[in-house]
Each structure stands twice: as C-alpha cells, then as structure tokens.
Write a protein that binds this ligand. Structure first.
Ligand code: HEC
Ligand code: HEC
Length: 300
C-alpha cells in the first residue's frame, strides 16, 4: 500500500491516507491533557510495581520495595485487637465462672466472643440459632431442658470434654442398652407409658402394663417419674421436649436400637478462654441455670 497521506484542506489536519468511497479519515492528534494523563499513569504504574507486590513469579510474586502485604496488614490488625483484649482475655481465663455474670464488662466481652466461637464451631450441629436438630439428636440449647446440666460449670465441662467421644477420657459418658430382647407387646406397652408421662395420646390399659416394665428397666436412668438424670445424661421423658422425637415410632426405635449422641471435646482446639466465652454465650441463650451454691460450683 502506498502512503497517500496529505493535508485535508477543510480542517488543515493530516489524513491517515485511508479512504472509503471518497470519504477520508483525519489523523486528529490526541488532546494534550489526555496524553499527559496517559504518560502520568504509565509512570505511576512503573513506580507502583517497584514499591508494591506486583509481578507474578513461579512461586509468589515480586515483593516490592516497601515490603507491604495484605496478609501482613491483617496479621497486624489481629495482633492489635488481641493486645487491646489481652487484659479481658486474661481475666476471663481466671474468673470463677459462677460469678462471671457479676462483672458486666467481662461478661459482655465473653458473650460477644462466644457468639463467634459458636458460629464457627458449634452451629453445624446445634444450628445457627442453637435450636438443635431433633432428627439428628442435636439438642436445643435455647431451652432450660438440660441433659447434662445447665450451670456455667456444667456447660463448660460438656464443652471441654465433649460427650461419648473417644478423644477425651473425661468425656461425659452413658449408654442406654437396647431392649430388642423384649416382646413386641411389652415394648408397645412401654411406649404407651412413656407417652403418658408427658400427656401425649396413649392407651391407658397398655400404659398401665408399661409402667411395670418401665419401673424394672428404665427408672434407674430416667427416674421413677421419668424426670431424667443428669448424672447419666438421661433425658427427662415427662416434659414433652424430645431429643429424638416423641412419636410412637421414634420412641419404639430408641428402645429397640438406642441412638446415642456424640459430641467432640473442645478444650484442646479452642483453649480455655474460648471455651469460657462460648460457655457464657450458651448459658446466656435463655436456659442458663445459676450455680446451686458457691462451693458446688467451684468443685469441677
Ligand atoms: C458434631 C456435632 C456437634 C458439635 C460440633 C457440637 N456439639 Fe454440642 N452436642 C452434640 C450432641 C450430639 C449433643 C448431645 C449428646 C447427648 O445426646 O447427650 C451435644 C450436647 C451439647 C451440650 C449439652 C446440652 C445439654 O442438654 O446438657 C452443650 C452445652 C453443647 N453441646 C454445646 C456445644 C458447644 C458450645 C459447641 C461448640 C464449641 C458444640 N456443642 C459443638 C453435638 C455437637
Ligand atoms: C443406662 C441408662 C438408661 C436406661 C436403663 C434407659 N435409658 Fe433411655 N436413654 C438413656 C440415655 C443416656 C438417653 C439419651 C440418648 C442420647 O443422648 O442420644 C436415653 C434416651 C431415651 C429416649 C429418647 C428421649 C428423647 O428425648 O427423645 C427415650 C424415649 C428413652 N430413653 C426411653 C427409655 C426407656 C423406655 C427405657 C426402659 C425400657 C430406657 N430408656 C432405659 C439412658 C437410659
């Protein structure tokens, strides 16, 4: 292609030499201000890539002369918050849990920290709102119906050591034996009796027969009147709150092949401060109980 550039007579601007159907393209120069802005961004870009992490390398990227990194910035921020909370954290680790509530500032700090501990570690089983999941035997932590106890110390022990796990020798433990050796009629009668305890629909005659089976086989753990036993983690059967469901089928299933809840221990994973924080949070959800007396609470 030959160079046919020339000056356009109407505007006095050079043309590019391109011409379509006699219409020629003007080669209008870029405005000065635009050019200078463009050069400035190029210079800024070069300086930036020298000072800050920029060019990808085989592993990582060029570090930049300033040594800046977003990761470092987050670490510094966390260290700053930790430092400002160091006093509160230390007090939390040392306070007698029975009187934590009396220290308003510390209690607020613990409950707030406990909420995020709960969201990160407990909500997958107990639910984001701590309402539990009946189908899976994850207990509701919002009510005052406790399997193992609802004082600060009780809850802290449950969280530290967990329940029926194999990782912590001090885990809470108990086992409901299977009653699959009983006659169907006996089992059926027992279910009617269990349902009668909380006023659910039942057959009165069958329940009467079931009462005997219950007294012989169940009362040692669930109590004579079905009020449960926290030493054994045996649920209260008379309160219409069910860990595994109160339907005839659900109770029958539990008798034939008892399912037993397992909870991991958290002491090693969370550390004492976070265990106490999440304990305060759970205790404050609504069902928390006061320690019976100061001595009982201190004896862990
Ligand atoms: C893997 C599931 C799982 C996770 C995670 C879990 N739990 Fe549990 N938790 C359970 C089960 C199951 C039970 C009931 C065990 C039983 O049947 O006795 C339970 C029971 C409890 C109890 C006793 C309730 C009562 O009525 O006495 C408390 C308190 C508790 N969990 C708090 C927590 C806290 C706090 C966390 C987080 C640090 C947590 N759990 C994480 C499964 C879990
Ligand atoms: C050795 C103690 C023990 C004995 C004996 C025992 N249980 Fe249990 N039972 C438990 C424990 C512990 C649980 C809780 C299981 C869990 O945590 O998941 C339980 C759970 C239950 C539940 C589920 C409660 C709910 O809230 O969903 C029912 C129903 C029940 N038992 C009925 C009986 C009946 C009826 C008998 C007698 C035929 C009996 N149990 C004998 C310890 C016992």
């Amino acid at each position: 292609m030959t160079d046919k550039r020339k000056i356009d007579p109407a505007t006095g601007t050079e043309t590019t030499g391109h011409s379509w159907d006699g219409i020629e393209e003007l080669n209008t120069p870029l405005p000065r201000w635009w050019l200078w802005t463009f050069y400035a961004t190029v210079v800024w870009g070069v300086i930036y890539t020298i000072l800050y992490p920029a060019w990808p390398m085989v592993s990582g990227a060029t570090a930049g002369l300033l040594g800046y990194s977003t990761r470092g910035e987050v670490a510094a921020e966390i260290a700053r918050v930790d430092l400002s909370n160091a006093d509160l954290t230390e007090s939390l680790v040392n306070v007698d849990l029975g009187v934590l509530k009396d220290n308003e500032e510390l209690h607020r700090f613990a409950t707030q920290a406990g909420r995020s501990v709960f969201a990160a570690n407990c909500s997958q089983c107990h639910g984001a709102g701590a309402g539990g999941v009946v189908a899976s035997g994850y207990p509701n932590l919002l009510d005052d119906d406790w399997l193992w106890g609802g004082t600060m110390e009780d809850i802290a022990y449950t969280v530290r050591h967990g329940i029926r796990n194999e990782d912590d020798p001090d885990a809470r433990f108990s086992e409901m034996p299977p009653f699959d050796w009983m006659e169907e009629a006996e089992l059926d009668a027992t279910v009617h009796f269990v349902r009668s305890l909380s006023g659910l629909e039942h057959d009165a005659g069958a329940a009467q027969a079931g009462a005997e089976v219950y007294a012989d086989n169940c009362s040692a753990c669930h109590g004579e009147r079905g009020l449960g036993d926290r030493e054994m983690g045996a649920p209260n059967l008379a309160d219409a709150i069910w860990l595994r469901g109160g339907s005839h089928e659900a109770i029958l299933r539990q008798l034939k092949a008892p399912r037993m809840g397992v909870m991991p221990p958290w002491q090693a994973r969370l550390g004492e401060a976070e265990v106490r924080a999440v304990t305060a949070y759970v205790h404050g959800l609504g069902g928390g109980e006061a320690a019976v007396d100061a001595e009982g609470a201190a004896a862990d």
